[in-house]
Ligand binder design. Structure first.
Ligand code: PHE
Length: 331
């Protein structure tokens, strides 16, 4: 147990220091001095817990006393805050003529797109699944047939964090969802999230976003995949005359695989997604038969939808630029 004198002197210090605070800033400093992680009370606690001569019983009661001191601190702390709040500003000191801005923020184009995609996917019967940004190599690579010596698995393309990676695609979520065995028969899953690659130039960001989706369905085929993608893109771009073209592609986890381009208003084609029939060895491992998957670049389709030409505008955080995509008002 702590000595009574010790407890009283800590209490006295707390009272004195709190009452001499003149403003919130000072009060917050006093708070971290006493009950912060590195504060006086935790230092006490550590000191006693480390002392091997003390019995466990004794350590327990010291812990209890220190918690009581923290409560004591909080009581005075809260009283002081109320005292600050009740201090009235004399009305003759309020200047009602100072102009205030009524500007309110608006959502970033990527957030607008994301919200819109959630709505579309849910209307199309998809269920949302999430996965971690720091991913096991197993989910990001191995379980997707990306072998140990695949070029994507080197330090030049992928960010490694100890034994894990910053996920290079949201396809990792596919494996997590299949493995969970939460879904049976026919179902549709999607995810939206951040992905990372060692790329940084005029058309690439090292962190970008993908929309991943897959449909497990016994009648799934490349033509139902194409039909689905066209439906999705028409809804997303809010127009009927969306044109896409499928080119043969290669992904270790889909066969056949396709890369999909969408036609820009100026007649140029831009690649926006990869897709394909999920490979049999992946599906059968979890007891499923047939399905297709797709991964869409969120930045790409957002740029097309909002007519943004420079990908770096998306990360510059430049308020006048951002403002044009919302309906915020400013005096
Ligand atoms: N994961 C692939 C990529 O990042 C895209 C993809 C997803 C391809 C699903 C096929 C199926 O490029």
């Amino acid at each position: 147990m702590l000595h009574e004198n010790e407890i009283n002197s800590i209490k006295q210090n707390i009272e004195e220091e709190i009452s001499s605070c003149k403003d919130m800033k000072g009060l917050i400093l006093v708070k971290s001095k006493f009950i912060g992680k590195e504060g006086i009370l935790n230092a006490y606690l550590k000191k006693y817990l480390k002392n091997s001569e003390l019995s466990n019983e004794n350590k327990k009661s010291i812990g209890f006393e220190i918690n009581q001191l923290k409560d004591f601190f909080n009581l005075f702390y809260r009283k002081k805050i109320s005292a600050f709040q009740n201090k009235q500003i004399p009305t003759d000191q309020i200047d009602y003529s100072i102009p205030v801005s009524s500007a309110i923020g608006n959502l970033h184009p990527l957030s607008l797109s994301k919200e819109y995609i959630h709505k579309i996917m849910q209307e199309m019967g998809f269920i949302y699944e999430d996965g971690p940004s720091i991913e096991k190599e197993y989910y990001n690579f191995d379980a997707l047939n990306i072998s140990k010596n695949h070029p994507a698995r080197n330090e030049k393309d992928t960010f490694f964090i100890n034994d894990d990676v910053l996920r290079t695609h949201t396809t990792a979520v596919q494996i997590r969802a299949l493995e969970s065995q939460k879904y049976v028969d026919e179902f549709r899953i999607y995810s939206i999230g951040d992905v990372y690659r060692r790329d940084d130039d005029s058309t690439h960001l090292p962190m970008f976003h993908q929309i991943e989706g897959f449909i497990i369905d016994n009648s799934a085929s490349i033509s139902t995949l194409k039909g689905f993608l066209l439906d999705f893109l028409k809804k997303f771009f809010e127009k009927d005359d969306v044109e896409i073209r499928l080119r043969p592609g290669y992904f270790p986890f889909t066969e056949p695989s396709v890369e999909v381009d969408v036609k820009f208003e100026n007649g140029k084609w831009l690649e926006i997604l990869g897709a394909g029939m999920i490979r049999k060895n992946i599906l059968s491992k979890y007891g499923y038969k047939k399905g297709f998957a797709f991964g869409i670049g969120l930045e790409r389709i957002t740029m097309i939808k909002f007519g943004i030409t420079n990908i770096h505008d998306l990360t510059d955080n430049h308020y006048p630029w951002l403002k044009q995509y919302g309906n915020s008002t400013e005096n």
